[in-house]
Design a protein around this ligand. Structure first.
Ligand SMILES: *Cc1c(COP(=O)(O)O)cnc(C)c1O
Length: 384
């Protein structure tokens, strides 16, 4: 027998009831049945993003959603400021340059989060900036950005649009699109939404919608004006990934019944417990400002990553993520984004203990699991 356990920051595990819904017979997208479902999805997406503004659903991975924002909001030569603190931030520097935008890079060490001073300096040097792109949870480094504070800073010092890559943050970190004055936020289906890859979601403020009217970068498929027009009729401009929309309908039902605030709290508690478990085993955490979605961990000297990972995967069925770029072989990442509960945290730490032991790492057996249990006990006291 072999049981798979996925602990990667996308794709993430899909709840059984969501998979069953996606297995139902196909429906046509130009039908009242689809439109009724899509209307419900659109309403529940507004709840997820905490907004009364439109949240558009695109058939693409998350990167496509961000590309749609660049081509739909800007014109050649426009300046955008992008925070690059890891693999995804780096993408939001490269991508606008590909389209002939002037991307001003705020380059950070991996594992650091941008501070108000970084943003203020960039906006002072580039008062012409049309937007600032922030990555709420930088998945490559497991680092969280204080989007609420930075959004205030951007709005106080400029007219730039506040654009957020929320791809591993939405559904894990507190996020309030309207209240925080966000203009664009993108997420993807295979992350906090707990469904397979293939959909991107883009929330747009009225300021962002106004910017779309004058933007001249060429686009066709990823034209958010087209998506917005059809959205108003609970329709899509092109054939959507119908089965994934069925899946997201089911997933949003689960999200609504748990309640978004409880979901944020659960992710925070999970992240806290995983960090405690890892530290108790004598391993070191990588990020200065840890994300609630994914925990990056230094691979200690003496542990060979390939072997450790192989044991985790083949003996215990556990898939974690490795490090990217200069951190390949140096860090690994445990995701706790989406469909996870307390016992999942215990089991992944137990699996890590087994693999560490087989790699001759010295620690008290059960020390990691004990630390995880203690966090959960502390945070949910006995009811008697
Ligand atoms: C996964 C991820 C992306 C990329 O999304 P794709 O769905 O792979 O295109 C972008 N940003 C962050 C922060 C991510 O975690």
């Amino acid at each position: 027998m072999f049981k798979r356990r996925l602990f990667t920051p996308g794709p993430t595990p899909v709840p059984e009831q969501v998979m069953l819904r996606m297995a139902e017979p196909m429906i046509h997208h130009r039908s009242p049945e689809f439109q009724k479902m899509f209307e419900r999805v659109n309403n529940n997406l507004q709840y997820l993003f905490q907004t009364t503004q439109p949240v558009l659903t695109l058939t693409s991975s998350g990167t496509g959603g961000v590309e749609a924002s660049f081509v739909s909001l800007f014109s050649p030569g426009d300046t955008v400021v992008s925070v690059n603190g890891g693999k995804f931030g780096e993408r939001w520097v490269k991508m606008p340059r590909t389209f002939g935008l002037n991307a001003v890079e705020i380059k950070l060490e991996w594992g650091q989060a941008p501070q108000p001073s970084h943003i203020q300096k960039a906006l002072k040097e580039h008062p012409e900036a049309k937007a600032v792109y922030l990555t709420h949870s930088e998945t490559s480094t497991g680092t969280a950005t204080d989007v609420e504070t930075l959004s205030k800073v951007i709005r106080e010092h400029s007219n730039a649009l506040v654009c957020v890559d929320g791809i591993t943050a939405v559904g894990a970190h507190e996020f309030r699109f309207d209240q925080w004055g966000i203009d664009v936020c993108v997420t993807g289906s295979q992350k906090g939404l707990m469904i397979p890859p293939g959909l991107a979601f883009v929330a747009l403020s009225q300021r962002a919608i106004a910017a779309m009217e004058t933007a001249t970068l060429p686009k066709f498929y990823f034209d958010l004006r087209k998506a917005l027009q059809t959205y108003k009729k609970n329709d899509t401009p092109w054939t959507p990934a119908v089965s994934l929309i069925v899946g997201v309908d089911a997933a949003l039902e689960i999200i609504r019944s748990e309640g978004i605030e409880n979901i944020w709290k659960r992710h925070e508690r999970m992240a806290h417990a995983i960090r405690a478990g890892i530290t108790a085993l004598g391993l070191k955490l990588f990020s200065e400002c840890p994300s609630h979605a994914v925990t990056p961990i230094w691979i200690p000297s003496g542990i060979e990553w390939t072997m450790f990972n192989q044991i985790l995967k083949t003996k215990y069925g556990i898939t974690v993520a490795g490090g990217q770029d200069q951190y390949a072989g140096k860090i690994f990442r445990i995701s706790h984004l989406g469909y996870y509960d307390e016992l999942d945290a215990i089991s992944v730490i137990a699996g890590i203990e087994r693999a560490l032991h087989e790699c001759n790492w010295k620690f008290q057996a059960g020390a990691g699991v004990k630390a995880v249990q203690e966090i959960f006990q502390m945070e949910s006291p006995s009811s008697r």
